[in-house]
Design a protein around this ligand. Structure first.
Ligand code: SAM
Length: 250
């Protein structure tokens, strides 16, 4: 998706929730952004979460500390995040509208920057981290749902010459981070029936390159995928993400 169509998509999705799909997730690998975040954080930490959406992840997984700033380029998302914060009763958290590619935060201010399933500019992130500060990314890889994309004839990232995981990894290294590690994350998502699975695919951008908005998915191809990828009565999606960790040199 382009920057502009990304923006329109997320403005519309400001109140999204995937709870209705009743997805059961099984993680096959152990890299955990929130586990690492909580192991690095202290009560004095200042943390920035880029592309925070409705702040759900901050409110559920981020520790209590001196400052947490969640940012998103979608004003509708930031409005939702502020409403969620008001209901939560948590302290030292704020949200603001900001483009990850044009960051407006002080230099050398944060101890930890997180970016989950959003775009980043590692050079700008390096600038706003204190020396020794940590950067944690989790992203959706080109090979996410690869067997589904092959059957459907395309999907998010299919035409990328370089997988996004590798591009991000190289950009983090080029920006000057130390102790950089790239880890591939494999999970399975189980869906109880065809209707739920199809509704989920219509609500997420996995097949956005091949599914035209408002038009149904190709039923025959969908049936082919389901026939090949049903285990114990549950339809399986094979997800592939990546995690990158790095530290600003002292
Ligand atoms: C898939 S959601 C991920 C939300 C949250 N980080 C999570 O892990 O659940 C991506 C979010 O990034 C935001 N986003 C996408 N591009 C952005 C950009 N260039 N600058 C700031 N936010 C952006 C979207 O508005 C959306 O809220």
């Amino acid at each position: 998706m382009s920057h502009e169509s990304d923006f329109e998509y997320y403005e519309k999705m400001a109140h999204w929730s995937f709870d209705e799909y009743g997805i059961h997730e099984e993680c096959l690998t152990s890299w955990d952004l929130y586990g690492l975040l909580n192991s690095f954080a202290t009560p004095d930490s200042r943390i920035l979460d880029l592309g925070t959406a409705g702040g759900e992840k901050i409110l559920e997984f981020f520790p209590d500390c001196a400052e947490i700033l969640g940012t998103d380029f979608s004003p509708a998302m930031v409005e939702t995040a502020r409403a969620n914060l008001a209901k939560s009763g948590r302290k030292n958290i704020s949200f603001k509208v900001m483009d990850n590619l044009n960051m407006d935060v002080p230099d050398e201010h944060f101890d930890i920057v997180t970016a989950r399933h959003t775009c980043t500019d590692p050079a700008q992130i390096l600038r706003c981290l204190k020396p020794g500060g940590h950067f944690l990314i989790r992203g959706v890889d080109k090979y996410d749902c690869w067997n589904l994309k092959l059957i459907m004839g395309g999907g998010q990232g299919c035409n990328d010459a370089v997988p996004i995981s590798i591009a991000d990894y190289e950009n983090v290294l080029k920006a000057g981070f130390a102790d950089v590690e790239l880890v591939l994350i494999h999970t399975r998502e189980y869906f109880k029936d065809r209707e739920t699975f199809k509704a989920f695919l219509g609500a997420v951008p996995i097949l956005s390159d091949v599914a035209i908005e408002g038009e149904p998915l190709d039923e025959k191809l969908l049936n082919e995928y389901i026939a090949r990828n049903t285990i114990g009565g549950m339809i399986v999606l094979y997800r592939r993400y990546y995690g990158i960790s790095g530290r600003k040199p002292v």
